[in-house]
Design a protein around this ligand. Sequence first.
Ligand SMILES: *[C@@H]1O[C@H](CO)[C@@H](O)[C@H](O)[C@H]1NC(C)=O
Ligand SMILES: *[C@@H]1O[C@H](CO)[C@@H](O)[C@H](O)[C@H]1NC(C)=O
Ligand SMILES: *[C@@H]1O[C@H](CO)[C@@H](O)[C@H](O)[C@H]1NC(C)=O
Length: 385
Amino acid sequence: MKMRSSFVVLAAVLVLAFAASSEAVRTKRVHSKQSLDLLDANPSLLFDRFERDHGKSYGTVEERARRFDIFRSNVEKARALNARSGSSATFGVTKFMDWTEQEFSEKVLMRKQHGAQVPRREGGFKLRGAIEDAPSSWDWRDHGAVTSVKNQGTVGTCWAFSAVGNIEGQLALVDGTLESLSVEQVTDCDGGSFPNNRTGDCQVFGGWPFLAYEYVINAGGIELDDDYPYCMLNETCWPCAPPGWNTTICGPPQPYCKKEDSCHFDKTKVAAKLASWASLSQNEEELKAQLHQNGPVSIAIDATSLYIYWGGVVEGHLCSSDPGDVDHAVLLVGYGSETNIFGKEVPYWIVKNSWGADWGEKGYFRLYRGKNTCGVANYATTSIM
Ligand SMILES: *[C@@H]1O[C@H](CO)[C@@H](O)[C@H](O)[C@H]1NC(C)=O
Ligand SMILES: *[C@@H]1O[C@H](CO)[C@@H](O)[C@H](O)[C@H]1NC(C)=O
Ligand SMILES: *[C@@H]1O[C@H](CO)[C@@H](O)[C@H](O)[C@H]1NC(C)=O
């Protein structure tokens, strides 16, 4: 229940889109560090605007005061990050701005996976040609292999969005059809685990894309999102723990659930099937060629600092590349490079997130490419159709 308590607030936030004025301000500002005057404005005026823009309402005067304090300290943090010289990312007021970093981690990210030993499956994907043959930039969004940006809400289902995003890319490339597939099916039905490796899929408490592929392989396929829609965003469903749930790995399941909202996979509605999956390279030059040849890639990273991210390229000082610090799964969809305002050449990955299109660069963010930033290359995988 704790996980869901802020659902109502977030749902309200999502229904109310950015006010037109703030959207215009934001678009103009991304990448222009000099003009971040928004963060220099009076914090109390900023907070009023934040409440308006995101439809926030707090139960009591005390709660509002507490949220304002958190908001103000996040503004300070964003300001300090923006002031750091040489950095190519900008930080600002996001819809998560009245949460502490700790609250954000608990509500949206997965627990850090220090005990997990994630198996690798080598050799499943063979690169045709040389690594150097890959173009200097590539974006699968321009080649019909990426569906619209989704919103996971305040539950830790990122692992399912990441895996399903990869499967959508495979379907587009193999079959020529671009369709949103069912994340809800995977979160409701997949309780798979590798007990010897202490990795498991734990519904709203996190999981692993490779186990999601294993689930889809064994289940016999995945339905369309239209046929089995995501319902955890605005509290319209309360699925019970999926079959196979391992309490030692996942902890206790949510205390309240409804049988009728639980796994109801219909095999007659399968839209895509998988044959296998493969680990991709931990070398980013090779990973770049694999992405170009094979489609969007599922990855898992340390995402702690992303809650106040606005735009630009996130660099290594903002996150950890230690495999044990992983707390979020996302989808690599492309790469490129740009010259930043300090005249420095910045190679980057383009990453699709699952926090709605009103976060970051229209739902996407970019990570520095070439230094395993935030652990981008630690857990790169793809399904195989
Ligand atoms: C995971 O567990 C299996 C046994 O089920 C073992 O063979 C394998 O080596 C383990 N993988 C890792 C990465 O520890
Ligand atoms: C659950 O996971 C634990 C720890 O990895 C393992 O020892 C146990 O055998 C698992 N239980 C089942 C039913 O698989
Ligand atoms: C749930 O949220 C989605 C996305 O904001 C919206 O399109 C849908 O109408 C909402 N459903 C209900 C029942 O509120």
